[in-house]
Design a protein around this ligand. Structure first.
Ligand code: MSP
Length: 634
């Protein structure tokens, strides 16, 4: 039997799941369910990306060790996917031992092949994107071209991968395999990027150690793998590469689903690594667009990030799934607004789908005591059945091209046909005219059109489709797919079961809207300060030498902070809920050093420690690299 292998990106554990993560995961889940329905042996992989400087820093900011922190956040991703019924076959964590062995093996194979050499890396690094940049790529000589954050200058010993040697081979792949990178517009961007020339890629780091060590045979204990090499290998280590190879037959991937921001890693680095490993290339790397909220980019600081659990709780998980896949053509950016979601629920789902089921059940109850018989459908409605079969057959190609919005549009054409047939042939009039068999044929026609549609809707709305099938007296599985869709059969004689309305009308927005953005609130009366005013504050780097709790205070810690002066300062800081004293000792913070000393709970505080707070909690602001105590912050 043919196999399908579908993957999501593995998610960084520095963030809790948001709509972007849910989107990729739900598309991948729908695709995996689609192929299972069709009878393919399918392996669906998701997981978490847990190494690297970004995670190390996020853990430190919370006073946790990276593994403890990764355990916590990875469990949150997994719990959400379980709650959402995501049908993954394996949840990989890059801190898993199997993955580590797979990554080390890959390094060894590439080294043996002669694709890896040792050198020194000097250049800019964006920790947030975990990406290296050259001078010419930076904005204003310092900012990351992808996320706009300030980059750091890195100079360290490093192993390099000969990416430049794969330029021509990659271009040939893009040329030979039409839809290896999807959609086409994105593929063209990748091609022009590669045509500008590829530089060898630094694939190990030495300035921190939260990562996979190089194979011990190399005796290079200070190097850890570059987090993107580590992460990409997950797609094969999850199948047992480097260990038991248990599921390696699923390789190559049928679809790597990714967001447009990480396409470069998947369509350039990853195929080059695979060529070096002598492994076949993925069939499709498919990049989707980004979600905004009410037309605005989402960000933690704006407090407008869409929380998928909140949406599912308010509007129903399957309605949310439908919205995500129906609203945006794959590859394009999409906008989340409650209004658009409510429109979809009330109109597409409520009016066209839910009402159709109600009408069918209502009529069959009235005319035939819920008995359904397809016996006369072809006699009276061959035209409608043939039209629907043709639509449903064609629709499946859209799903295979990930054009989920078109796929759903096609399914809805069949629902429209069913609704129109009822209006056109008026079964109630036929009953009055004494044409019972004609009336029942119309009901059976609509029930068959709905049943067939429900089979193909099941990958996207599995529970809803099951409810429809239950009401119509059949079960959705590969067998019914083969009969109703491939074999174009009609429903066998059966009894219908009345059911609760599937899509109660949504009358008003059910989630509170995000707070207006801070900058927008003050718009029109912007207040500026002069640079002198800013420089009046002396902000310095300090090292915490002692930390203890302040008795009777829920908030305060008492810290001794070395600012390079004769004696350490005593500073009280309201961070007790976020940091344990032990986690702070020896770490650095930023201190406003020329504040007038103040007494708090009877204790003198000789400065203020800088922190940043949002709805996810509070973090200390720290220098990126260790600095001399007292170093000025400007
Ligand atoms: N860890 C890497 C992926 C490694 S895969 C070998 C990573 N993780 S991530 O958690 O930052 O992002 C995961 C995915 O979420 C990306 O595909 C990204 O495009 C997607 N999204 C993040 N924000 C998004 C939106 N606002 N909208 C849609 N998707 C977005 O990158």
């Amino acid at each position: 039997m043919s196999k399908k292998y579908i993957t999501t990106p593995i998610y960084y554990v520095n963030d809790i799941p948001h709509i972007g993560h849910a989107y990729t995961t739900i598309i991948a889940d729908s695709l995996a369910r689609f192929y299972r329905l069709k009878g393919y042996e399918t392996f669906f992989l998701t997981g978490t990306d847990e190494h690297g400087q970004k995670i190390e820093q996020a853990a430190a900011a919370r006073g946790k060790n990276p593994k403890e922190y990764a355990d916590e956040v990875s469990a949150k991703f997994r719990a959400l996917w379980d709650e959402f019924g995501i049908s993954y076959d394996y949840f990989i964590r890059t801190t898993d031992e199997n993955h580590k062995l797979g990554a080390q093996k890959a390094f060894e194979v590439m080294l043996k092949k002669g694709d890896i050499y040792k050198g020194e890396y000097e250049g800019h690094y964006c920790v947030s994107c975990e990406t290296f940049f050259t001078d010419s790529q930076l904005i204003n000589g310092e900012a990351c071209p992808d996320c706009g954050r300030v980059t750091t200058l890195v100079k360290e010993e490093s192993y390099f991968f000969k990416l430049s040697a794969y330029e021509d081979k990659l271009l040939k792949w893009y040329q030979d395999v039409d839809d290896c990178v999807m959609p086409r517009a994105k593929k063209n961007e990748v091609i022009s990027f590669v045509k500008q020339g590829l530089r060898d890629l630094s694939i190990t780091r030495t300035s921190f150690d939260w990562g996979i060590k190089l194979p011990s045979s190399l005796g290079e204990s200070k190097h850890v793998l570059y987090v993107w090499l580590d992460a990409l290998i997950n797609y094969i280590s999850a199948l047992g590469y480097g260990t038991d190879e248990k599921n390696i037959d699923f390789w190559p991937a049928s679809f790597h689903l990714v967001g447009k921001d990480i396409l470069r890693f998947h369509s350039i680095y990853w195929p080059a690594f695979l060529m070096s490993l002598n492994l076949p290339l993925p069939k499709h790397v498919a990049a989707h667009g980004w979600w905004t909220r009410n037309g605005e980019k989402m960000s933690k600081s704006k407090g407008n990030v869409v929380n998928p659990r909140e949406v599912a709780d308010a509007y129903g998980l399957e309605n949310f799934r439908y919205f995500l896949l129906r609203e945006v053509p794959f590859g394009q950016d999409g906008d989340f607004s409650q209004k658009a979601l409510i429109d979809r629920i009330n109109s597409d789902l409520g009016n066209e789908l839910g009402n159709l089921l109600n009408r069918i059940i209502g009529m069959s109850g009235k005319y035939s005591n819920f008995e359904l018989d397809s016996v006369d459908v072809i006699k009276y409605h061959k035209k409608e059945i043939d039209a629907a079969e043709a639509i449903l057959e064609g629709a499946q190609g859209f799903m295979e091209e990930l054009q989920t919005n078109k796929y759903l549009e096609e399914l809805w054409k069949v629902l429209t046909l069913a609704n129109q047939s009822i209006a056109l042939y008026e079964p109630w009039a036929k009953i009055k005219e004494g044409k019972q068999d004609e009336a029942l044929a119309i009901v059976a026609l609509s029930a068959n059109l709905l049943a067939k549609t429900a089979v193909l809707l099941s990958p996207i709305m599995p529970n809803t489709s099951d409810k429809i099938a239950k009401a119509l007296g059949f079960t959705i599985d590969t067998d019914s797919y083969k009969k109703l869709i491939v074999g174009k059969e009609l429903l066998p004689k059966t009894t219908l079961t009345p059911t609760e309305p599937l899509f109660p009308k949504v009358e008003k927005e059910l989630m509170s809207s995000p707070e207006p953005v801070a900058e927008l609130k003050s718009e029109g009366k912007k207040e500026f300060i002069s640079v002198d005013k800013f420089f009046a504050a002396q902000i310095k780097v300090g090292t915490i030498t002692k930390a203890e709790v302040v008795e009777k205070s829920d908030r305060l810690l008492k810290l001794s902070v070395d600012l390079g002066e004769k004696r350490a300062r005593q500073i009280l800081s309201g961070i007790k809920a976020y940091y344990t004293p032990e986690a702070l000792i020896g770490t650095q913070v930023c201190v406003v050093a020329n504040l007038k000393p103040a007494k708090i709970m009877g204790l003198e505080s000789e400065g203020m420690i800088l922190t940043a707070e949002d709805k996810d909690g509070l973090s200390l602001i720290r220098p990126e690299n260790l600095k001399q105590p007292g170093a000025a912050i400007k």
